[in-house]
Design a protein around this ligand. Structure first.
Ligand code: S3P
Length: 174
């Protein structure tokens, strides 16, 4: 069985771009949960959250996690809120290795400040919202078995670090 590689972490930590590169590097299929939900529903994530509500979005995520956790050989980039729900974590761990991407609030802010597609950060001062939400979610991403600080390395380096970790883990398991 080729385990899934599941990237978790806060918004703006690079899950989608690093996940896509990692999948290319390891010749695995790439799935981004936000994009997949947009494909399935025909609506943007921002629109689902604004019009149908956050609870509806979370249930779309939970449904998708169920589906993806039955598959193998995927690199999955998850939305930043997916691991807030223990059942999602349990399912993702069944066939996957969880890797956390993280960065400081300042780095996250610099990456997201011009973006308008993160409704959870659009209610006021974005920097303050990032800090508050990170605090609220403290420990939530600790469910990962390996973490990479994407603020201190390039995307290519992050890909190499993760690829090396996965390779060493496979060697160890044989
Ligand atoms: C969210 C993160 C977003 C997206 C939605 C909610 C969150 O994904 O799923 O806006 O609760 O952290 P990214 O982490 O890919 O930005």
């Amino acid at each position: 069985m080729k385990k899934n590689i599941v990237l978790i972490g806060f918004m703006g930590t690079g899950k989608t771009s690093i996940g896509r590169r990692l999948a290319l590097r390891l010749k695995m299929k790439f799935v981004d949960t936000d994009s997949e939900i947009e494909n399935i529903t025909g609506k943007t994530v921002a629109r689902i959250i604004a019009r149908d509500g956050l609870i509806r979005f979370r249930s779309e995520e939970a449904l998708l996690v169920k589906k993806l956790s039955q598959q193998e050989g995927l690199v999955i980039s998850t939305g930043g809120g997916i691991v807030l729900f223990p059942e999602n974590v349990r399912l993702l761990k069944e066939k996957g290795t969880l890797i956390e991407l993280f960065a400081t609030p300042q780095v996250i802010f610099n990456r997201l400040k011009k973006k308008k597609d993160r409704p959870l950060l659009m209610k006021g001062n974005m920097k303050e919202q990032i800090e508050a939400l990170l605090k609220e979610r403290e420990g939530a991403y600790d469910v990962a078995e390996f973490s990479v600080d994407t603020g201190s390395v390039s995307q290519e380096e992050a890909v190499e670090i993760i690829a090396r970790y996965i390779k060493e883990k496979q060697l160890f398991q044989k």
